[in-house]
Design a protein around this ligand. Structure first.
Ligand code: GLN
Length: 304
């Protein structure tokens, strides 16, 4: 029989792969997911014994963790914006920075609605506000599209991705979260999109977290990212780090309503370049926002 304390002891092997505070968090998560005990219980009762089945699963998990495989892929699930998401090696693991992007979008839409109501109260505007029609480009696990739909039940939300297996995961996540999102298999770099695409309509919000990691950044990345997460979702082609941003901005000029908003997650090293590119293409009120680590991480712009 092994106790919770023994598991914490065994999992110290992870000190070779992770920082001490990460080892603690990962161990706690693994025990709690595999034993169905709360984290508070686990901390309070280190002498509690685990059964054989749980002990074997924890051992197997430890072996995989030692290879650098992310805990989210081993468990097959994670959380994003307070919602459950299934993940596997065909989708990027949702990041906390992306939660900040979702927060910014919801805040901006809330402010827009308040302004609209103020104008209506003053008699400067009449009629019902048009419902939000949102498109997420390169949806991956579907985390942005699904968390937006969950928080804006009246919105129409569509999401595209080049990867059919990512879309399968995203669809399963929409079902898991009981929301209706329209998923479509499209490559945003497809030149035919420049001549309109009947499958895609007119949006008032377009959002994207495209691949933005350069070969230079790759050298500083953890092998548990580069060895396990999908490269198509991470790396930008070497010739132009803004290639996705340019294609999406051109697409937005065709498919975003005038005054509609474009939101991007960006590489912290390209805040100015991305802003410049948007200004050159005529976008207004281009704003860069930092993430919780103080790095340029998101951009908002308004279609002229
Ligand atoms: N933020 C992710 C990372 O650093 C990259 C996400 C992306 O390329 N869109 O691993």
């Amino acid at each position: 029989m092994i106790t919770i304390k023994d598991v914490f002891e065994d999992y110290k092997l992870l000190n070779k792969v992770y920082e001490a505070n990460e080892v603690e968090a990962i161990t706690l998560l693994a025990i709690s997911e595999i034993s169905n005990l709360s984290k508070a219980y686990i901390k309070a009762f280190p002498e509690k014994e685990l059964n054989n089945d749980q002990a074997l699963k924890l051992k197997d998990t430890l072996n995989r963790l030692q290879t650098g495989e992310p805990i989210q892929y081993i468990l097959g699930r994670t959380e994003f914006y307070g919602l459950p998401f299934l993940v596997n090696s065909s989708v990027l693991i949702p990041r906390p920075e992306t939660e900040e992007l979702v927060e910014w979008i919801l805040y901006s839409l809330g402010e827009r609605q308040k302004e609209d109501e103020r104008q209506k109260a003053k008699g400067e505007r009449f009629g019902k506000q048009a419902e939000n029609n949102i498109l997420d480009i390169g949806t991956g696990s579907g985390c942005i599209a699904i968390s937006l739909k969950k928080n804006l039940p009246g919105a129409r939300v569509s999401a595209i991705d080049i990867s059919e297996s990512a879309l399968q995961t995203a669809k399963a996540n929409a079902e898991l979260n009981e929301v209706d999102v329209n998923f479509i298999n499209v490559d945003i770099l497809d030149p035919q999109l420049k001549t309109q695409n009947s499958k895609l309509s007119i949006y008032n919000i377009i959002v994207s977290n495209p691949p933005y990691v350069t070969l230079d950044d790759k050298k500083q990345m953890h092998s548990n990212v580069t060895d396990f997460e999908p490269h198509t979702a991470l790396f930008v082609p070497e010739h132009d780090p803004l290639v996705f941003y340019k294609a999406i901005t051109d697409f937005a000029l065709l498919n975003l309503v005038p005054g509609g908003l474009l939101f991007f997650e960006i590489n912290e090293n390209f805040g100015n370049e991305t802003m410049e590119m948007l200004n050159t293409r005529g976008f207004r009120d281009v704003m860069v926002r930092k993430d919780m680590s103080g790095r340029d991480r998101m951009i908002k712009a308004q279609r002229p």
